[in-house]
Design a protein around this ligand. Structure first.
Ligand code: BTN
Length: 264
């Protein structure tokens, strides 16, 4: 398996024109432990940003909450590094802009992706992909952001996952032909998401993100109390309204305090 740079470049050039994106260097690897890890070493070597790295497979792909991300041939394993200036407590803004940017652009390609709080990409109630953000700070601000994305293209997926080839097989039509195009589309989604966030601000971006959330209105249980998801705060906490004997309490929960299942 190899990566045809020309196909990638054609798609990226097209999208860069539409979304007015800045140029970005793409580094391509056959097999490495992790694209997130690799991109940090390129940052340390003072490569100018933004920069992107993909690998055809990863041997130690990093998932959320310290999990490993299975990364066999056929999937998209991508990291994009950006220079940012964000207060430390606004790292959620990187999640929402990237998740929204990627989902928004995939929807334009007729793939009705939605989002599961905080950073899962969902298709037909299954996990199509995930995002892992890593940051480095300088004087109270986030200075470097690495946005790592794993997207299921043609790779085997776990029980609650879905890949694009099986989705298209059922739909009997395919809107993206090559992994190289999906790479260009995903990079463009990340760049456009961040650019758009800088233009419209965090409140409007949060509203955009919430429109794509499957989790809104979902029933949940917190400490044996039934509740309903009512929103997400600007800091990325999940808002849950608990109902108990007539009274209702509003809670804001961090990802460590609650994990949402997949909608049925
Ligand atoms: C999740 O657990 O949902 C997030 C998974 C993110 C995986 C991607 S694959 C490319 C990039 N490099 C990594 O090591 N992890 C991210």
């Amino acid at each position: 398996m190899s990566f045809n740079f020309k196909i990638y470049q054609q798609e990226f050039t097209k999208l860069a024109r539409v979304y007015q994106l800045e140029p970005i260097d793409l580094h391509i690897f056959e097999s490495i432990p992790s694209t997130n890890q690799k991109i940090w070493s390129l940052i340390d070597l003072e490569n100018p940003l933004p920069i992107a790295v993909i690998a055809l497979q990863q041997t130690a792909g990093k998932g959320q909450w310290g999990r490993t991300w299975q990364s066999s041939l056929g999937g998209l394993y991508l990291s994009v590094a950006l220079n940012v200036k964000l207060p430390l407590d606004e790292s959620f803004h990187l999640i929402m802009t990237s998740a929204w940017g990627i989902a928004n652009i995939l929807r334009i390609y007729n793939i009705p992706v939605s989002l599961k709080w905080p950073n899962d990409l969902i298709l037909e109630n299954r996990k199509l992909g995930g995002i892992k953000i890593e940051t480095r700070t300088r004087t109270e601000n986030i200075k470097y952001a690495v946005i790592g994305v794993g997207l299921n293209w043609n790779n085997p997926v776990p029980e609650l996952g879905i890949n694009l080839q099986s989705y298209w097989h059922k739909q009997q039509q395919q809107s993206i032909t090559y992994l190289e195009q999906l790479t260009a589309i995903t990079i463009s989604g990340i760049l456009f998401g961040y650019q758009h966030y800088l233009e419209i601000g965090s409140q409007k971006m949060l509203a955009n993100y919430k429109k794509l959330l499957t989790s809104m209105g979902q029933e949940v249980t917190v400490n044996n109390c039934p509740g309903i998801v009512t929103g997400v705060t600007d800091k990325g906490e999940l808002k849950v309204r608990l109902r108990s004997s007539g009274a209702s309490t509003e809670l804001s929960l961090s990802p460590g305090q609650i994990s949402l299942g997949y909608p049925q």
